[in-house]
Design a protein around this ligand. Structure first.
Ligand code: SAM
Ligand code: SF4
Ligand code: F3S
Length: 469
């Protein structure tokens, strides 16, 4: 039995059918207006969840008759799929949209659209309305599946469309998807977040936590595997809070049981929902990577409490001890925020010591960025920027030593690696199951297939190896 009523969040099939009708209408309208198929430039910022949304948006654009271009100046439609997680991400979007003004002055028919997390904030839509009158379409995260209808409106009525409803969020199944890769696929399993970490904007712009049905996920993975996909990455802001008719561990076991040669990755796991059962499941599922991205954010209990993270340093460390004992070749990565309001030198030392104790293979470090509307944005912060940068750099230095040490320990070992791309002529790159990047000589025909690579040397923490016969 379902743990909650999915019917309340699912977009009804009649609505999906309505959007398909709009897509057909837009296609007809555009084919009468353009001599060649119109070109869309789609650029996505932010996390893999947003990248996955971007692929669905491209799927809908394709159904509407668009082809894709990487050259923004040649585009008939520019779509920015935005992120709000840090101020820097937003500044880049405003800069890029501003740069479109002279282009649109030359290409009057060019349509400009924005969607994603950033536009879900009222102050952003207000600024777009006021200062960017050449933007044609702005739509929020809860109505992405209605893109065909919005395109119909901007092309057929010449009105500006701003559709940014506040909502707890929906789940839209059966949206067409245009995947960027033919062998690596993103599969969202849940959306939204209920955790309200005090620094984070995501729960405000993505709505409440909601999980896709395991049936829909399994169907998607099965058809991807049948189509030759070799790497399936399960996505969610807190993937291990998944609550369908099974929990995340149960879902992993079901996906692992799908026949075929493929690798299962997942992100992001929240320490508060990372149970011993989940670790046992990872240990017992041969298709699941030996890698856990488990953000700890801070090593200080005082700061973790102020962040509203619902675990403490000891709980985190004991989880890591258990995981390393059960999965000896497990590699861990994490996210850390440096300079959270009120973080003292002693708090930061606790962060350094946690990173030193665990020994991550890599860390994603961020300097705290106040986000309007979050609790932390109004907390007193008396640490100056230069000190925050100094802390950032000392953590970066410590991490470089750990990454190098872990890379060193891989010398002489062999790994099954999915060849991801030809990074230079005759050189391929891929990742070990622990998610370390390795490069090796090989021909481009191998891209998209598994090979066994023996690691011979390292440059920093990039591994270099050879394919074993
Ligand atoms: N849901 C994931 C979790 O809880 O671990 C992370 C999602 S968030 C998109 C990715 C990372 O951005 C977080 O782990 C955090 O380190 C960082 N982040 C979020 N809000 C931030 C802020 N206001 N300032 C700096 N970094 C932030
Ligand atoms: Fe943001 Fe926290 Fe939710 Fe992650 S768990 S998305 S950091 S609120
Ligand atoms: Fe950014 Fe939204 Fe993802 S804020 S990190 S794109 S969920």
């Amino acid at each position: 039995m379902s743990l909650y009523d999915l019917s309340k969040t699912l977009v009804p099939p009649a609505e999906t059918a309505r959007q398909n009708e709009y897509a057909a209408l837009v296609r007809t309208v555009l084919s009468a207006r353009f001599d060649e198929p119109p070109r869309a430039y789609v650029h996505t910022y932010g996390c893999q969840g947003n990248v996955s949304d971007g692929e669905r948006m491209k799927g809908m654009l394709r159904e509407c008759g668009f082809v894709f271009t990487d050259v923004r100046e040649d585009a008939d439609l520019v779509l920015y799929n935005t992120c709000a997680v840090r101020e820097h991400a937003e500044d880049r979007v405003f800069g890029n949209v501003g740069a479109l003004k002279p282009i649109k002055n030359r290409r009057k028919h060019m349509k400009i659209a924005l969607c994603g997390c950033m536009v879900q904030q009222p102050q952003v839509t207000e600024r777009l309305r006021r200062s960017y009158p050449f933007v044609d379409l702005v739509f929020g995260t809860h109505v992405m599946h209605r893109l065909p209808e919005f395109l119909y409106r901007i092309y057929c009525t010449d009105e500006k469309v701003f559709e940014i409803p506040q909502s707890d969020g929906v789940i839209a199944e059966d949206i067409p998807v245009s995947r960027d890769s033919s062998f690596k696929a993103w599969v969202p399993i849940m959306y939204g977040c209920n955790n309200f970490c005090s620094y984070c904007i995501v729960p405000y712009v993505r709505g409440r936590e909601r999980s896709r049905s395991s049936e829909a996920i399994l169907d998607e993975v099965r058809s991807l595997v049948q189509a030759g996909y070799k790497e399936i990455t399960l996505l969610g802001q807190n993937v291990n809070s998944y609550r369908g008719d099974v929990d995340f561990a149960g879902l992993l076991r079901q996906i692992n049981a799908i026949p075929g040669e493929f690798l299962i990755r997942f992100m992001t796991s929240h320490p508060k929902d990372c149970t011993p059962e989940l670790i046992d499941t990872i240990a017992s599922c041969e298709k699941v990577e030996r890698h856990l991205h488990l953000p700890f954010q801070s090593g200080s209990d005082r700061i973790l409490k102020a962040m509203n993270r619902h675990y403490d340093r000891e709980k985190y460390l004991s989880l890591v001890r258990y995981a390393k004992e059960k999965i000896p070749d497990l590699l861990l990565t994490s996210d850390v925020i440096v300079g959270f309001p009120g973080e003292t030198a002693e708090d930061f030392d606790e962060t350094l010591s946690l990173a030193d104790t665990v020994g991550f293979s890599s860390l994603f470090l961020f300097i705290f960025s106040p986000r309007k509307g979050t609790k932390a944005a109004s907390m007193p912060d008396d640490t100056d920027r230069a000190e925050k940068v100094r802390r950032f750099q000392s953590l970066e230095k410590l991490q470089a030593e750990h990454s190098a040490r872990i890379a060193e320990a891989m010398l002489g070992r062999s790994f099954s690696v999915l060849c991801e791309e030809e990074s230079r002529p005759g050189v391929l790159t891929g990742k070990t199951s622990g998610s370390m990047t390795v490069e090796f000589p090989g021909s481009p025909e191998l891209v998209g297939s598994f090979v066994t690579v023996r690691v011979r040397e390292r440059a920093g923490w990039t591994l270099k190896g050879e394919i074993e016969a």
